[in-house]
Every structure is written in C-alpha cells, then in structure tokens.
Design a protein around this ligand. Sequence first.
Ligand code: ATP
Ligand code: MG
Length: 408
Amino acid sequence: MLPREFATEVAKKLQAAGYQGLWAGGCVRDQLLGKVPTDYDIATDATPEQVRQLFGHRRTLPIGAAFGVITVIGPRSAGHIEVATFRRDMEYSDGRRPDSVEFTDAREDASRRDFTINGLFFDPVQNEVIDYVDGRADIDFRIVRAIGDPHERIREDKLRMLRAVRFAATLGFELEPNTRAAVIQHAPEIGTVSAERIGGEMRRMLVHPHRAAAAQLLADCRLLGEVLLDGEQLAQNRANWRTRLGWLEQLGREAEFAQAAAILLSPLLKVQGINPTSKRWKLSNAEQKTIRWIEQHVVPMSRAHLMPWSELQPILVHPAAVKTWQVAKVQFGEHHPGILACEKKLQLPADQLDPLPLLKGDDLIELGIEPGPAFSRLLQQVRAAQLDGEIETRQQAVHLVESIQTGE
Ligand code: ATP
Ligand code: MG
C-alpha cells in the first residue's frame, strides 16, 4: 500500500466513526503544487484517546499524545501517519514551543500554523480543499505569507523566520512584503532558537537544488550574519559572493550538505576554522571533518597535474575524495588540467589506485627497526618510492630501507 492510500484509509476510518479526518499542512500544499508529498499528516476532532481506541492500542503509538498527536502504524510499505487533534497553541514563553495546547476546531487549528500555504486541509473522501486562511490563492500566486500578524507569529516562534526563507527558496516562491519586513526586523532574535533546529533548517536548505537562492535570501533577510559567526561578511564582497552562489547552483541535485557547506563557508573556515559554525549548527563530528577536508583539498586537487603521484594518491584515496573532486570541478571547470588529472586517476581500478604496500610496519620491525618518528618517515619514503614507480618488489623495498639507514 502506498503512503497516500494509507492516508486516505485513515481519514476514511475517522470519518466513518463520526469524526472529522482531514489531510493537513505540507501534504496538501505539495499535492496542490503537483508534487508527491514526502509524508501525510492528518488532523481530526477526535481526542488522542479516541484515536487510539479507534485504531487500537497495538496499531498506535502515543509518543506525541501530550501535544495531541497519535502515530498510526501502517502496513510496512505505507509507513506511519501522525494523527493530530485540532489544537490551539497556548503561550510561547520561550519563543520556541507552546507551553501547552488546548483542543479546538479545524478553523483555529489552521490559524495556529505558520504560513497560509501550510494552513490548508484536504478531505480525501469528498476530494475537497478546505481553506480557512486564503492559502490556495497564495499557492497559485506563489507567495509565502504568515498567517495573521507576521510580527506576532515570529515572536511566538523565531524558527519561523528560517522556515519562511526555506519555503520561499525551495518552492521558488516570493516572501510576501510584510512577512519579509518582519523577518528582517526580528532576524537578530534567531539566536534564541536551538542550534539543532537552526542546523536542521540549514541542512535542508543546503541540500536542496535551490541552495543558492536560499543563501541569497538568508543574506537579504539579514539572517546570514545571525546563523553564522561573521556570516554577513560572506556576502559583502559582491563579486566573490556571486561566484560562490554560482558554484552552489552548479553543484547539482545529488550534492551533499558537506559539499554545499564547504563552498558557502570557505572564506569563514579560512579565518575562524569550523568550530564557530559547528556550535551554531550543531554539526556532527563526521560533518565537521568532511566539510573541513573538502575545503582544504579543493585547491590542491586543481594542482593534481603538477603533483608527483606519491603526493596526489593519498588525497585521492581519502573517503571524501570524490565529493571534493565534484566541488573542485564546479569551481575550476571540467576542462581544467588538475580536474582532468584527478578524474582519470579516480577511474583506476582499486588495486592500481591504492596498491598494497610493499612494506608494512611489521616488516620494518622484523628488519630490526624501532618504532618512532623515524620509523613512520621511513615507511612513507618506501610508500612514495613504490607509488612513483622507483621500486616494484619487496626486495627492492628492503634495499631502499637499508640504504636510507646506512645513508643516515
Ligand atoms: P516539509 O515537511 O516539506 O518541510 P511541512 O509543511 O510538512 O513541510 P513540517 O515541518 O513537516 O512542514 O510541519 C507540518 C505542518 O505543521 C506545517 O505544514 C505547518 O502547518 C505546521 N508547522 C510546522 N512547524 C510549524 C511552526 N514552527 N509554526 C507553525 N506551524 C508549524
Ligand atoms: Mg512535513
């Protein structure tokens, strides 16, 4: 069963039991835009306990019950669906999440949502859109507009500023002028949002093919300097900024977050390293490492054609080598000699790209050499000679070791 069929079935079952059962939010928006929704959310006037009774305790999970959300477990192929009781959010004393929720009707549930395009319901049984917030027109005119007073809505939840930018950029919509003005005014307050949530939005923007538009809109809305330490400087050198956006655009559909981050952040990384960004976006250790490695090896790759193999090879066998090469290709062009040299080498079969070493540490110990700094230097020299084709056999490697030792 497809997720869509399961979402219809859940709504039908709610309606057959005398409740309302409507698709809500993002899935309605995506469907109206002719896109396949990534997931379906259902809104209902049934209470969480009634939802559990209707679908059975074994087929439901009460993880979000405190906020009125029950997860209904679908057949394997359909995944899970969240069924949320219509609610109004109470106070937002921390500017992030409501202190408590109260159950209410569909109209009020629509008005607590962030943007009109996200405030629509759809009845899959009657096949009809239910629009309390004039969201349909905004979808047709491609506008991201806060529901109600944008200042008020941002004050309640500052993350909505980044969501506004993300929806505008990824959907290719305009930010409605009052909503935009409110974002600009409240941009300095984004710091009260947790690094996890900021990082989550940044990841989603940077993996999207419209990542350059997202970066530009972040800069235009003065959010760039708030989500990155000294981030506003990125856009100050206009020519450099435009070049960088061009690269981001060319990265392509499949590009990963680390590749986009390395391009966007490169000028900052050179000055301040990865730590400040890491803190603001809550990067994982793996993300930090990959971003840094890409940033540090793009320029070396452009000089690949000038390097001895013993210098280039260790770069090309790194796990992030292909990702880095893709970034270097965007920055230097596919016909650049360094880019072509890497491409050719990366296509080598594994045993040629990374042949087994003629000598390993154990072999040196057997030769009576003590582990230490000179030991690893010796190993490196033997490896370099092997890669550069100066020696081909184990015996030649042993000779080399002996001659280096007697020479020293
Ligand atoms: P996508 O999942 O494609 O990013 P979405 O619209 O489904 O888009 P979700 O974050 O999954 O976004 O949220 C589902 C719905 O919940 C939204 O469509 C919106 O109606 C509501 N919503 C989510 N986050 C907020 C928020 N911070 N403030 C108000 N409403 C929100
Ligand atoms: Mg969603």
